[in-house]
Design a protein around this ligand. Sequence first.
Ligand SMILES: [Mn+2]
Length: 270
Amino acid sequence: MRLALNSSVYVKYPIEDTIKFVSKLGYDGIEIARTHPFHELSKRDREKLRNMIEALGLKVCAVQGATPYLDLEFAKKRIDAAADVGCPVVNLGCGNLVMEDDKREEYWAEVLENLGQLARYADDRGITVAVESEPPVMVPGTQGHSYYERLIGRTEDVQRVLSEVKAENLGVLLDIGHLYVMEENPLYAIEKLKDKIVHVHIEGIVDRVHCHFVPGRGEVDCEAVLKALHEIEYKGFISVELGPHMRDPNRVVLESIQYLKGLLYKLELV
Ligand SMILES: [Mn+2]
């Protein structure tokens, strides 16, 4: 089982430095988050980036293609850029925020249509696209804060996407921590989604609050999750997603791989 790092923790560093840190700290792959706008590089500079990544023995396992909401133009640029660096998976996120509950079905119609269009666009470039369920988000307002659900918030929403967008190259990015926040059983989600899982995010979650800690902290049972992924013969990357730990990213990035590698050795999955 291969471990990767989501680049968002290195928000203050350019992509080139981030790649060097990720390689030095022992990861097999890097996932390029929207914190790193590599899609704005010229074709030639993307090729240089690809050569640099390959020379370090790394693989770009996924690219974030949502803002986190679905923006067709942004997603297409990220799909093109992913293809240029040899990345197989682009994450298209969780649809809209549900600002008005009675418009939910309207949002669904638009998101399903856009996902279908992007899946076709990606297919022409040899890319698989993925959706990721996300917990509700807090939006500050003048009258206090409001919580809004995301359209794709639970595993049943992911299953709706899979059944209504008929595309072979559409899969699931399973964020294990998000399942804990939503009080879902990760082992059940893994079993239900099985071979549609094309990428995995892992992080520590404390008290079901949506804040990405180092794996091993809080209630996420990483050992059981790794075991369950092995049982369904998951062959993709497990990507550590820490969010921006501004002060000292290298420390948490190292702590994460030490913990997960320890579990992989224990389970004899290295
Ligand atoms: Mn995630």
